[in-house]
Design a protein around this ligand. Structure first.
Ligand SMILES: NC(=O)c1ccc[n+]([C@@H]2O[C@H](COP(=O)([O-])OP(=O)(O)OC[C@H]3O[C@@H](n4cnc5c(N)ncnc54)[C@H](OP(=O)(O)O)[C@@H]3O)[C@@H](O)[C@H]2O)c1
Length: 212
């Protein structure tokens, strides 16, 4: 059991907060205004705090904020509270522009990724990209007719990735290690692909599976 600090109060933060708690971890959830989480906290039995409070308490962090403000949220969490910690990065670099024919715009280019930027900004944190390529409703215990889906993950630190692999297995995923942080260039755009059937056909219950 670990102390899991969720940085992010919206759909992803709440889904993963409940999921980690359900799987036996101690969980707290962070927001710039923790008071707005009062109802969620009461129903989920999960305490809320500021980004800084949650980050300093936690052993493992989950980053679940809007991609455009990911660096702001980490700054609010505080560099000292990120040092040495696993940060599970669920974010996607979605730009403010509306989707074109169902394809979301990114503010990163093909040879760049949000997680690489975050890892460069906080070199002492151990970022692992995960949960970014599926909707929040399927992040924990996904039940799909096609069987257990694949979650692609990557990061520079082997021990951090091993911890995420084990979490993914517990949460019902087939984990697929794609290598170092550079692989976030390929994993983050899976969000664009995943969202296309959603925007075009309003179907959101699907996930990727790697067949060998
Ligand atoms: N929605 C999904 O199903 C899904 C699936 C996979 C990946 N993702 C990715 O997961 C991340 C979270 O998605 P989401 O839909 O749960 O929420 P979201 O609407 O993208 O982000 C909400 C969070 O962003 C924070 N935030 C907004 N402006 C901020 C600022 N200026 N400074 C600091 N924090 C700020 C909010 O903080 P406050 O609590 O203070 O308001 C809130 O916690 C995103 O990067 C998204 O691309 C989403």
């Amino acid at each position: 059991m670990s102390k899991i600090g969720i940085l992010g109060s919206a759909a992803v933060g709440q889904a993963l907060a409940r999921g980690f708690k359900q799987h036996g971890h101690e969980v707290r959830i962070g927001s710039r205004t923790p008071a707005k989480l009062a109802e969620f906290s009461a129903s989920a039995g999960i305490a809320a705090g500021t980004f800084a409070e949650v980050a300093s308490w936690a052993e493992v962090l989950v980053l679940a904020v809007k991609g455009t403000v990911a660096e702001d949220a980490l700054r609010a969490a505080g560099a000292a509270s990120l040092r040495g910690k696993l940060v599970i990065d669920t974010t996607n670099p979605i730009a403010e522009a509306p989707p074109v024919d169902g394809v979301l715009a990114f503010f990163t280019g093909p040879n760049d990724s949000l997680m690489e930027r975050l890892q460069a900004a906080y070199p002492e944190a151990r970022f692992v990209k995960a949960f970014s390529s599926v909707g929040n409703a399927l992040m924990v215990n996904p039940k799909l007719e096609g069987g257990p889906p694949t979650m692609f993950y990557c990061g520079n630190d082997a021990a951090a990735k091993a911890a995420v692999r084990s979490i993914l297995e517990t949460f019902g995923w087939e984990p697929a290690d794609m290598g170092t942080a550079v692989a976030a260039r390929a994993i983050e755009p899976l969000c664009q692909l995943w969202c296309i059937p959603g925007f075009r056909e309003n179907t959101w219950r699907h996930a990727f599976r790697l067949l060998r």
